[in-house]
Design a protein around this ligand. Structure first.
Ligand SMILES: *Cc1c(COP(=O)(O)O)cnc(C)c1O
Length: 386
């Protein structure tokens, strides 16, 4: 079986985790949590980083912190993992779904159109002309490691007092390379950002997440809310409803070791991307999706596009062939606006997302993918033509 994406441990993981166990520091206090926060903050260029139990919890807290209230609306892409959307409901708000661009990321041009045409600014806030509700935030998701084209969007959101909450769960290691944002990491462009260290992400802590921000008040509030809103640690005073959302020292130890390897992993993923692309693009009807020219991506996932007519097989048929040959491939996420809890939500001109959903498969992309494994994947694709 060739898996789609599995973790890879080749560094100090065992050493650091063993140290936690040997010293008894396994829970949410301990030096690795702080070290992990410091190193992630430094890596992405954020002033503050607050470790969380997972990326979903980090996003939930981030939306709360920037002031999304029950009854508000939050702009989200339809092409994303469901966690980005669920977090909006956790805080009692409603999503407004947006289309994607050619890199599977939120179509910024359409968002700009939407904000110009469909909203009005009144007494310090932006309102949806159709629903009358306040739009308090937007969640750009850097999908598959491709950066959202944020430059045209951030200023516009600032002017309208729409908080930008970046979902960088999949894009640790992706940096902008062109224009005003050049040199900046994904996750630190907006007001607040989140990362994930789930098992399938580019580096993992088993489960884990991080809130990153340049605002001290946000960071302090993140720490407070994720540690049960503890106002007096001795007398158990809690003046708000908090959450048990902290990362453990064991997980953070794994994270510190993984982060040491991130550069190496990205290099490997990039090499595999280039090798795949060269071969796949020479097969009529198949194509590996490009990455945006304005960023250097982390190449987390590879998107195979299948043009059914030219290739002679649909992506669904190809998926069953892969399964028979014991190779794990997946369609991209079922579009969020089609999911049962969200079917009645507002959508804005969603077109390309449907097309890309119909054409795309994610193919094996683990850091430790061997040459033989890559060849087996390519073999299936070449055979499909015959
Ligand atoms: C993985 C992921 C999350 C959630 O992270 P968890 O750590 O699994 O909770 C959120 N958004 C996106 C886009 C993701 O890929």
């Amino acid at each position: 079986m060739i898996p789609l994406s599995v973790p890879y441990f080749s560094g100090n993981e065992w050493k650091y985790v063993k140290e936690c166990i040997d010293t008894g520091w396994v829970s949410s206090a301990g030096k690795y949590v702080e070290t992990f926060e410091e190193r992630v903050a430094e890596y992405v260029g954020a002033k503050y980083a607050v470790a969380c139990v997972n990326g979903t919890a980090a996003l939930h807290i981030a939306l709360k912190i920037v002031g999304v209230r029950p009854g508000d609306e939050v702009i989200v892409p339809t092409v994303t993992f469901i966690a980005s959307v669920n977090a909006v409901r956790y805080v009692g708000a409603e999503p407004i779904f947006m289309d994607c661009d050619n890199f599977y990321c939120m179509d910024v041009e359409k968002v700009v159109d939407f904000l110009r045409e469909k909203t009005r600014f009144r007494e310090g806030y932006c309102y949806n002309k159709i629903s009358g509700r306040r739009i308090s935030a937007i969640v750009p998701v850097h999908v598959f490691g491709n950066a959202v084209n944020l430059e045209p969007l951030v200023e516009m959101c600032q002017e309208r007092n729409i908080k930008v909450v970046e979902d960088a769960a999949e894009s640790l290691g992706t940096f902008y390379s062109v224009g005003k944002l050049s040199g900046k990491s994904t996750g630190v462009i907006g007001d607040i950002g989140i990362l994930s260290f789930n098992g399938n992400k580019i580096i993992t802590t088993g489960g884990g997440g991080m809130i990153v921000t340049n605002r001290k008040t946000y960071a302090e509030r993140a720490k407070y809310l994720t540690t049960q809103a503890k106002d007096d640690p001795v007398r158990y005073i809690h003046n708000e409803v908090g959450y048990n959302f902290r990362l453990t020292n064991l997980q953070a130890a794994l994270g510190v070791a993984q982060l040491e390897k991130l550069g190496e992993y990205i290099k490997k993923k990039r090499e595999n991307y280039i090798l795949y692309k060269k071969e796949v693009d020479s097969i009529p009807g198949l194509h590996i999706a490009e990455t945006p020219e304005y960023c250097s991506p982390n190449y987390w996932f590879y998107c195979l596009r299948v043009k059914e007519k030219e290739y002679g097989m649909s992506k669904d048929k190809l998926l069953t062939v892969f399964t028979e040959r014991k190779i794990q491939v997946r369609p991209i996420w079922y579009l969020s606006h089609w999911q049962r809890p969200y079917r009645s939500c507002q959508c804005y001109k969603i077109e390309r997302a449907v097309k890309l959903y119909e054409e795309t498969l994610n193919i094996p992309c683990s850091v430790n993918l061997s040459q033989e494994q890559r060849e087996r994947v390519l073999e299936v694709l070449r055979d499909g033509r015959r």
